[in-house]
Design a binder for this molecule. Structure first.
Ligand code: NDP
Ligand code: MG
Length: 382
């Protein structure tokens, strides 16, 4: 029986993880879970999964939980998230909060040498250098990626040795706006941007998919997780989202991982690796129903998310944290109707241009760069 902590249980990844656990009760038990604003759903989840610890972001949520479950160990806010990340009794910590708020909890899980099922890509983008440094110190910690592309790369890597890898090929659906011109993108609405062709996800990552910033974040995430130079990472648009990513080895062999677009599969794999377990809630891939699998170059001239991410990643130091923070605020502003779609790229460009990169030595450095970037975007674009 594996004890699982779910950070962000009320989100898209969080609820998928609970679905995995619901269908595999003999293998997993929920030790702890956290929510930010949705205490109604958290209360339902507590009822069903009986965790030992919970954490909630809001005061009203905290009071609602305490009223109904006075004896349940309940924490609050970012401090609560951090405590849940470092619980001794956990076997695996699933980091499924949205945004860089997940960094400190992940650091705690590394320090306790836990398995981290990493969904929260912003953590590896903003704090990858620091997490990797800590992983060398706390050798018992391990990160198993949940992001479908990185789970696919992780699995494809098992087909050869790390030093035999020539190239990582990350696939992208192309997003809602694939094929649109700059003129057509000028006035797209939030509703249009929130319609993803293949995956049902939280709002922030859905907007990131429409700008292809998500793919950019994934390039940096892949570099940090697999220690592959940026020159050896390529992005290909694959609209069917069946090949989740590929690894090419020196002998030109390409290993790929394929599957239906269902996040439950990489979530469970991160829980069970190196084993694979049957789960009746997963749907098989039916090759007879797939008429074709296609691959093409992304339109970098329009969707600048990938190019800017490569630039931030290659610059290194604090630049990826700036790229991430500027994007988080830009997406929030777009969702609130305060900026237009294409202004997201403008914000990224200007935030990077004005920043002088500094070495990431500790969490405080990341926090400082993150806050400074957020404040600058708010002051100039909100
Ligand atoms: P959602 O927006 O659906 O869920 C986010 C979760 O984080 C919710 O539980 C939310 O709580 C919580 N949360 C939000 N803000 C805060 C905060 N300030 N402090 C603490 N908790 C907070 O996101 P997704 O599930 O889609 O994505 C989660 C992570 O996984 C992201 O990093 C994303 O990039 C990554 N990912 C997601 C995929 C997907 O298919 N959805 C695929 C690959 C990666 P509440 O709802 O209670 O407010
Ligand atoms: Mg992904």
């Amino acid at each position: 029986m594996k004890m699982i902590t779910i950070l962000g249980s009320t989100g898209s990844i969080g609820t998928n993880a609970l679905e995995v656990i619901r269908n595999s009760k003999e293998n997993f038990k929920v030790l702890a879970m956290s929510a930010h604003s949705n205490h109604e759903l958290l209360l339902e989840q507590i009822e069903e999964f009986s965790p030992k610890y919970v954490s909630i972001g809001t005061e009203v949520g905290y009071r609602a939980i305490k009223d109904k479950y006075p004896d349940l160990v309940t924490y609050r806010g970012e401090e609560g998230l951090k405590i849940l990340g470092g619980l001794e009794e956990a076997d695996t910590v699933l980091t499924a909060v949205s945004g860089s708020v997940g960094i400190e909890a992940t650091i705690e899980a590394v320090k306790k040498e836990k398995r981290i099922a990493l969904a929260n890509k912003e953590t590896m983008v903003a704090a990858g250098d620091l997490i990797n440094k800590l992983m060398e110190e706390y050798r018992g910690a391990e990160i198993i990626p949940v992001d479908s592309e990185h789970s696919a790369i992780f699995q494809s890597m098992l087909g050869g040795r790390r030093e035999e890898v020539k190239k990582i090929i990350i696939t992208a659906s192309g997003g809602t706006f694939k094929g649109k011109s700059l003129e057509e993108l000028e006035n797209v609405t939030v509703e249009e941007a929130l319609k993803h062709p293949n995956w049902s996800m939280g709002k922030k990552i859905t907007i990131d998919s429409s700008t292809l910033v998500n793919k950019g974040l994934e390039v940096i995430e892949a570099h940090q997780l697999f220690k592959v130079p940026y020159e050896s990472i390529e992005v290909l648009v694959h609209p069917q989202s069946i090949v989740h990513s590929m690894v090419e080895f020196h002998d030109t062999t390409v290993m790929a991982q394929l599957g239906a677009p269902d996040m439950k599969v990489p979530i469970q794999y991160a829980f069970t690796y190196p084993e694979r377990k049957e789960n009746h809630s997963f749907g098989n891939l039916d090759f007879k129903k797939i008429s074709k699998l296609t691959f093409e170059e992304p339109d970098h001239g329009i969707f600048k998310g990938i190019e800017y991410a490569f630039e931030a990643g290659k610059t290194g130091k604090s630049m990826p944290a700036v790229f991430n923070a500027a994007n988080e605020v830009a997406v929030e502003l777009f969702l609130k109707g305060k900026i237009k779609f294409l202004e997201i790229y403008k914000i990224l460009r200007e935030a990077m241009d004005r920043h002088t990169p500094v070495e990431i030595i500790d969490f405080e450095t990341i926090k400082k760069v993150d806050t400074e970037t957020r404040n600058w975007v708010m002051a100039n674009f909100a």
